[in-house]
Design a protein around this ligand. Structure first.
Ligand code: ATP
Length: 589
């Protein structure tokens, strides 16, 4: 890390923790308290929405759970605030697990809708329950005491709010730069790539959803002791939208975006509440209208949020190469040369009335490169997806090293030693090449989210990065490991995907149209890499449209047309076949 980056966080933390001791007016301390409380909630949304791609409008309801638990237990039960924290967080976890279990397997708009419903249900429940004081809420919450010291509501509480918010930011930043963090980041653009790397996307979605709920509940707990009264209005769906607005405005993919978003929203909201009634001549919640307009403008012109403007000015530093000499990751037993590796037996896939793959069979032995070719729409990609578990079979069998793998999810197939690349490169563009490749090592590591947040994963990380660099060196890209993956041209991106697949320690590598869209030189480089992998004993199944590319590379070729096996043979046999030529030229045969 550069000096600026290394010192920025401790300097900011020190400033925020020392702020109450400085001659700062009480008003600014109060504002800063709100910013810390809001940032804690927005931080959860950064992970949930920005990083994992899940939208929640219901975070204010989780804040409400924390706040109401704290107020109720302190006022009605005179219980310890720390017990209230435990129970509040526990309730938020239970609610998030239940809500997540129902909605997180569904795609698209189900989660946002469910979170809206959840926000509304909780708001009206809080407002209608006698024992929670209905819309008046619970008054007279005592101040928080820590080691016998009364923190009060202003300066004393400021240190606690900011200590917790900064600790949470540190933990979230650690999480994002770790094995589980890469898994979370890989889910943003759909589950296919993540699952192919062996990641249970449902588990990580639930993890992040629960973590965001916990951060919100902790904020609510602090909020109750800060305001010393709770009522439903700060936990309404409006506030849920405002939290999302803070995260989006600040920079929904960046931990520090949460703080920037919370600060900008809080400070402008206050200014607008004074300014707008004066301008318009009548009072009302006009700031909401302004925020709505600003949100549309931000989404249009700065979809990554304001933090990106700050980040662009900070120098980007390469990851410190501290993994020299790290012990190698565990590796699987490799099949002996010539062992029967993959048996595809009469696989069939129907989409409604269309038979995309019609009882196709072929085999692949260890150490071979087999090509699966055919004209557009022949059913190659569908066959590929049947083997890799992305699609379910209508009938037939797929055996890998003698075991039936048909119907297994792709992450289970990855675990068995089959890895793949994608026709349209799937990567995390804002991560470096090295980090993208390290994602491939996911199944070879063990670190969970809690260990990662506490930074107890460094030994394993060194092993993962050492392996990622080794695989990059294997395909001749070690010198580009610190570049952002999104900045690479298509050829190197495809090679990077191969390195990522190799990082899974596969016994069989499946490449989906690796030469598509590549220039002549890039194709040559790819061909050299594949030949080298074969010489190292790797087994490869190549789905390819480009006849010329596969001819010089493969041992055997399976030709498909209209979903069926047209023929199978060596490259010269295929090249000599009038039927294949006719299929490619689209003439009768
Ligand atoms: N999810 C789907 N739903 C309905 N039809 C599909 C689906 N996926 C593929 N098909 C159809 O199945 C047939 C085979 O498609 P597939 O993508 O497997 O062919 P391909 O040989 O890989 O072609 P290309 O080289 O163009 O990728 C095509 O007619 C396609 O339209």
């Amino acid at each position: 890390m550069t000096g600026l980056r290394r010192f920025a966080f401790p300097a900011f933390a020190l400033l925020m923790l020392a702020l109450p001791a400085l001659p700062v007016p009480d008003f600014w301390i109060t504002q800063s308290n709100y910013i810390g409380l809001y940032a804690l909630v927005a931080l959860g949304l950064v992970l949930l929405t920005g990083v994992a791609g899940l939208t929640s409008f219901g975070q204010a309801a989780f804040v409400g759970i924390g706040a109401y638990t704290a107020a109720f237990m302190a006022v009605k039960l005179s219980a310890s605030p720390w017990l209230a924290l435990l129970i509040g967080v526990g309730l938020a976890v239970a609610a998030a697990m239940l809500l997540g279990a129902i909605t997180l397997r569904m795609s698209g708009h189900f989660l946002p809708l469910a979170t809206i419903a959840w926000g509304l249900v909780l708001y009206y429940s809080m407002g209608n329950m006698d024992w929670l004081g209905k819309y008046d809420g619970i008054l007279g919450v005592p101040t928080l005491k820590l080691f016998g010291m009364d923190l009060g509501t202003g300066r004393g509480l400021h240190a606690l709010i900011w200590a917790i918010a900064l600790l949470a930011a540190w933990a979230c930043a650690n999480l994002l730069d770790s094995r589980p963090g890469r898994a979370i980041r890989s889910m943003k653009n759909g589950a296919t790539m993540a699952e192919a790397m062996g990641i249970s996307t449902f588990r990580y979605k639930l993890n992040v959803f629960v973590l965001a709920a916990v951060l919100a509940a902790v904020s609510g707990w602090l909020f109750a002791f800060f305001q010393r009264t709770v009522n439903p209005s700060p936990f309404s769906i409006n506030k849920g939208i405002e939290y999302l607005f803070m995260a989006v405005l600040g920079g929904v993919s960046h931990v520090w975006g949460a703080f920037l978003g919370a600060a900008v929203v809080k400070l402008t909201e206050d200014q607008l509440q004074v300014l707008l009634p004066r301008l318009i001549g009548t009072s009302g919640n006009f700031e909401t209208i302004v925020f709505g307009i600003v949100l549309v403008v931000v989404l249009k012109y700065a979809p990554d949020g304001l933090w990106t403007f700050v980040q662009r000015r900070l120098p980007r530093a390469d990851r410190v190469r501290d993994w020299e000499g790290a012990p190698p990751l565990p590796a699987r037993d490799k099949p002996a040369h010539g062992e029967l590796l993959l048996q595809v037996q009469a696989v069939r896939k129907e989409f409604g009335g269309l038979v995309a793959v019609n009882d196709v069979s072929f085999e692949l032995r260890a150490g071979e490169i087999v090509g699966l070719i055919g004209p557009n729409g022949a059913g190659k990609s569908t066959t590929f997806n049947l083997v890799t578990g992305v699609l379910g079979l209508t009938s037939g069998q797929v055996r890998y090293r003698g075991q039936d793998i048909a119907g297994l999810p792709s992450r289970a197939i990855a675990r068995k030693g089959i890895s793949r690349t994608f026709q349209h490169v799937k990567m995390i563009p804002e991560m470096t090449v090295l980090e993208n490749v390290a994602l491939g090592g996911y199944l070879r590591g063990r670190t969970g989210s809690v260990r990662a947040m506490l930074r107890l994963d460094r030994d394993e990380e060194k092993r993962l990065f050492a392996e990622a660099e080794r695989q990059l060196a294997r395909i001749g890209m070690a010198d580009r490991m610190h570049e952002l993956a999104g900045n690479l041209a298509l050829g190197p991106q495809r090679l990077m995907e191969i390195a990522r697949a190799l990082c899974t320690d596969p016994a069989l590598l499946l490449l989906d149209e690796p030469a598509a869209g590549l220039r002549h030189k890039e194709k040559q480089a790819l061909g050299d890499v594949l030949r080298q992998l074969k010489s190292e004993g790797m087994s490869l199944l190549l789905v390819e449209h480009d006849m010329e590319f596969v001819m010089g590379l493969t041992d055997r070729i399976v030709v498909m047309e209209f979903g069926t096996n047209l023929m199978e043979g060596t490259p010269p046999e295929v090249q000599a076949s009038p039927a294949v030529r006719a299929a490619y030229l689209g003439t009768e045969h």
